[in-house]
Design a protein around this ligand. Structure first.
Ligand code: DX5
Ligand code: ZN
Length: 225
């Protein structure tokens, strides 16, 4: 199966006083999507942003907006995020006891549906809903903050999901999120990841956003934009 490579900068590390400019810079450098980290202070310790920010991103770019819900009881937020312009909506399996119903609800609102797995959650936790999943997000940090410590043991989980793809059990894209940098991205790509979420490696790169994206592209052996 053909493999894609999409860099999805997480705006969590952006300078919010210049959000649109930073989005434009990342887009010009070759970002494929933008990732929006929504945290509620309960599912994870941090508190971040909601549909209002997605709506601001929507007005700043036409690229797909990839919204990652790190919240307890996410279902009540599906509609507001759809209205704000989210294209992809990812929920955590750990927060969704009725995952089949949740995925159906995301699709009914016209969005693509993703499921995220924390480092301690086995790939098999989503095996029963694979036909409904458009994106599998393997967390490569314990979620909550940008700049977290990359967990290399997640390579095996990425390989397991990739083997499902190769066996035709899922058509979902394989995404990784957390601690992704020019140093760590070759191994996750080799294991099968296709969407690379990166916050600090893009927005906090010492030479700027363009250099951050180009460093990831070079590590992935992609042609620069
Ligand atoms: C982690 C978030 C990530 C985070 C990644 O809880 O889901 O998307 O912003 O940050 P970096 O790339 O700095 O590890
Ligand atoms: Zn994220």
């Amino acid at each position: 199966m053909a493999k894609v490579s999409i860099i999805s900068p997480s705006i969590l590390s952006a300078d919010f006083t210049r959000l649109a400019d930073q989005i434009h810079e990342a887009e010009a450098a070759g970002a494929g999507w933008f990732h929006v980290d929504v945290m509620d202070g309960h599912f994870v310790p941090n508190l971040t942003m909601g549909p209002f920010v997605v709506e601001a991103c929507r007005r700043s770019t036409k690229l797909p907006l990839d919204v990652h819900l790190m919240v307890e009881a996410p279902d009540a937020l599906f509609e507001p995020f759809a209205e704000a312009g989210a294209d992809w909506l990812t929920v955590h399996i750990e927060a969704c006891p009725h995952i089949h119903k949740s995925l159906e609800a995301i699709h009914a609102l016209g969005m693509r549906a993703g499921v995220a797995l924390n480092p301690g959650t086995p790939a098999g936790a989503i095996s029963e809903v694979l036909p409904q999943v458009d994106l599998i997000l393997v967390m490569t940090v314990d979620p909550g903050f940008s700049g977290g410590k990359y967990v290399p043991e997640m390579l095996d989980k990425i390989r397991s999901v990739r083997s499902w793809q190769e066996a035709g059990r899922t058509k979902a894209l394989i995404a990784v999120d957390g601690g992704i940098s020019a140093q760590t991205v070759p191994a996750v790509a080799q294991a099968g990841a296709e969407v690379f979420v990166a916050a600090s490696a893009v927005f906090k790169h010492p030479q700027g956003i363009r250099a951050g994206i180009h460093a990831l592209q070079a590590a992935l052996e992609l042609a620069p934009a």
